[in-house]
Design a protein. Structure first.
Length: 261
């Protein structure tokens, strides 16, 4: 994938920022996908291997290969596995180093809106799938407030700053997901909404973790202390002025389809 203002190059930091969210969404996604055991998987945009781990734990894959453009994320993903089943490669989602028709499951977990040309990425999934194989993806509904840190993004708008967005935010909308899958030639295309929640011990913890992620940090990098305090106050208001422990809701959109036999 090409350069983006949002870069995930620190596997450990990503785990704290997005790990809980992504694992919860990933579990719901696999509940919906219902893959059979013993399949060959391609985890495209695997990041630090969090979703790869869920596939290994739940799906009994015959093989699994993960692909990500960040060498730091690939290093982190390799370090989290001791059994040696997954193989990880630095690669672009729009040009996978795989032969045609070699996998049963091609999946993008929280990735498709980072692909500069989503149609090319979906086309690559179609290319590497065997006939009858499944291509699937899920992504935060970033344009309609489904992002886990949407309260901070809305607070940025309140104080007069547009938050940084991924290169292809429309690819997270259900109608666009369905269109991309059908345009790539997939059949039996279906979509689903995944509702996710995470509980924080207090507001300060939410704000501190949220501010640490690249999708927020890159937008506030030039803020002085006064502006950061204004952002914190606006975020507190957007969340309903929580006191003590509170739960934040997020929403992801999912799509799946089959390569024709």
């Amino acid at each position: 994938m090409s350069e983006s203002a949002i870069r995930f190059d620190d596997g450990q930091a990503y785990e704290r920022y997005m790990g809980v969210w992504s694992r919860t969404a990933g579990e719901l996604f696999l509940d919906w996908l219902k893959p059979v055991p013993g399949q060959a998987w391609a985890d495209i945009g695997c990041g630090n291997g969090a979703f790869t781990q869920i596939i290994v734990d739940r799906c009994q894959p015959r093989s699994i290969e993960g692909f990500d453009p960040s060498p730091q994320q690939i290093t982190y993903a390799q370090a989290r596995f001791t059994a040696g089943l997954p193989a990880f490669h630095q690669a672009d989602a729009m040009s996978l180093p795989l032969p045609d028709g070699c996998v049963d499951q091609a999946v993008m977990a929280l990735v498709i809106f980072f692909v500069p040309d989503p149609a090319r990425g979906v086309g690559e999934m179609a290319r590497v799938l065997r006939p009858g194989g499944s291509a699937s993806a899920y992504a935060w509904d970033v344009l309609a407030g489904g992002f886990p840190w949407a309260a901070i993004q809305e607070a940025m708008r309140t104080i007069g700053h547009e938050p940084v967005m991924p290169p292809s935010p429309r690819a997270s909308e259900l109608p666009e997901m369905e269109r991309l899958w059908r345009a790539a030639g997939f059949v039996d295309v279906r979509t689903q909404v995944l509702n996710v929640e995470r509980t924080f011990p207090d507001f300060d913890t939410y704000f501190e973790i949220g501010l640490s992620g690249p999708s927020v940090r890159s937008g506030v990098s030039g803020f002085g202390e006064d502006k950061l305090q204004a952002l914190k106050s606006a975020t507190f208001t957007h969340l309903g002025a929580p006191t003590g422990s509170f739960t934040v809701l997020a929403r992801a959109h999912a799509v799946k389809g089959q390569r024709p036999v």
